[in-house]
Design a protein around this ligand. Structure first.
Ligand code: HEC
Length: 118
């Protein structure tokens, strides 16, 4: 709970961090999230053999055993954020077995969800 509230406090200021070019900071699944998912090997466990699929926005919205993995506009309430952060509410931190996403990469997920998850 401490971690979630700490992240919440950082939510606003971080959106003003400089991006590659002005106006390019709008995060999208295709440009920002998919490369991270590929880099961290999420598909090897969530790409086509039961349970949660994260191969498209629609699948992420449909979610897994615990319901939708994201709530667009609300990163704090989104399961995928809780699962890639330390101390998830159930089970293991993702990706299971690590290596885990650094805070700056988790922030990209947070921005994407808070911007509407497009
Ligand atoms: C080595 C296999 C493995 C990898 C890699 C992996 N996961 Fe998982 N994931 C699991 C297993 C097993 C569960 C169910 C048990 C649990 O929640 O710990 C799970 C559960 C989840 C859940 C909760 C689904 C639900 O509704 O219960 C989310 C969200 C999730 N993973 C996201 C991710 C993301 C994002 C990545 C990549 C950063 C990732 N996982 C990488 C195996 C994996």
């Amino acid at each position: 709970m401490f971690i979630l509230s700490a992240c919440k406090d950082f939510g606003e200021p971080l959106t003003t961090l400089p991006g590659p070019t002005p106006g390019s900071s709008l995060r999208t699944y295709q440009n920002d999230i998919l490369p991270i998912i590929l880099q961290y090997g999420c598909f090897s466990c969530h790409g086509g053999n039961g349970g949660l699929y994260i191969t498209s926005i629609a699948e992420i919205l449909r979610g897994g055993d615990h319901g939708p993995a994201i709530i667009p506009g609300n990163a704090n309430a989104s399961l995928i954020i809780q699962k890639i952060s330390p101390a998830p509410p159930f089970g293991d931190r993702m990706p299971q077995g690590g290596p885990y996403l650094p805070d700056s990469t988790v922030q990209i997920f947070r921005d994407w969800i808070n911007q509407g998850a497009n």
